[in-house]
Design a protein around this ligand. Structure first.
Ligand code: PA5
Length: 306
């Protein structure tokens, strides 16, 4: 499937009814995944508030993992070595293990597995990998998913502002700096990684209110600040955070290019903001004449490690 078609399939992906069974009670959730798979856990952890959720994007799991942990391994390829290493440890600790993958080694380990369609870039399969988490753990109403599907379909139609932002970034080679806040903390990180992988540009993400405790001074005084393109995502869920954003802009002289949010529920807003990030990073690649699909250096690195 063409890259753009993969992006366009996101609204359909989130309609997927895949889920896994919860076999026994748990009091914490650990989600293991790297890159385009790991982001699924980050997005979920910001939406879910019923118990602690920790996302592991490394070789080792936390010491507290035990039989009361729901451990979810997500790897699109099923062959990511860091994720496979964590599953082995989770098994030794007696955790309840579930898997989301399109195949590979992970699908052969005998755990309950949600199989997602293969042949895509992992980062473009976010909807397929997120749906089983939403369906199994959040019991989202179908009407909300239907609403999200509708909202997501408007993003490309209304993408002229995103194209213009991509032009502004590329015209003088700026580095996007994405400012997130609840409910878009993980989404800001997703935007950063999409700029990285699709657009092949460096990008930074940070968070308000934390930004007001460190980056605020250099936003005014640092050398190189003119090299950044500041982006703010939708509206913060807390009015106080919105006030912080406005005062930050006032004090530092930084203009935040705000991205419109769509939808009425938190889930719809977050999914639509993620999708806007998919498009803007795609436009950056196209403006630069690069292939958004290309992750050859990541693949080369993996093959040299094996
Ligand atoms: O988007 C990508 O291609 C990467 O970020 C991968 O997701 C990452 O390398 C992990 O691979 P996988 O998703 O197959 O576990």
């Amino acid at each position: 499937m063409e890259f753009l078609d993969q992006i366009r399939s996101f609204p359909e992906q989130i309609m997927s009814r895949n889920f896994f069974h919860i076999d026994r009670d748990f009091n914490n959730i650990v989600i293991s995944g790297m890159g385009g798979s790991g982001i699924v856990g980050r997005i979920f952890s910001e939406l879910y508030g019923m118990c602690p959720v920790q996302v592991v994007s490394d070789y080792e799991i936390p010491h507290y993992v035990n039989a009361k942990t729901l451990f979810i391994a997500i790897s699109y390829s099923g062959n990511t070595e860091e994720t496979l290493a964590t599953v082995k440890q989770a098994r030794e600790k007696g955790a309840q293990i579930k898997v989301i993958t399109s195949g590979g080694e992970l699908s052969k380990l005998g755990y309950e597995t949600v199989k997602v369609p293969s042949g895509m870039q992992p980062r473009n399969a976010l909807g397929y990998m997120l749906s089983p988490l939403l369906n199994s753990l959040m019991k989202i109403e179908q009407s909300e998913i239907d609403g999200a599907h509708e909202v997501l379909q408007t993003i490309e139609r209304e993408s002229s502002k995103l194209k213009q932002m991509a032009e502004e970034i590329c015209s003088v080679g700026l580095v996007p700096w994405i400012v997130g806040y609840e409910p878009y903390v993980s989404t800001a990180y997703r935007w950063k990684t999409q700029f990285n992988e699709n657009g092949k540009i460096l990008a930074i993400n940070s968070t308000i209110p934390e930004l007001n405790h460190n980056e605020t001074m250099p936003l005014k005084l640092s050398y190189g600040r003119e090299r950044f393109y500041f982006i703010s995502l939708g509206n913060p869920s807390l009015e106080r955070t919105g006030k912080r954003l406005r005062i930050t802009s006032d004090l530092t002289g930084i203009k935040f290019n705000n991205v419109k949010e769509y939808g009425s529920t938190m889930l719809q807003k977050v999914l639509s903001m993620i999708h806007s990030g998919d498009y803007i990073s795609y436009y950056v690649a196209k403006i630069r004449g690069l292939d958004p699909m290309d992750v050859s250096l990541i693949e080369e690195l993996k093959s040299r490690l094996s």
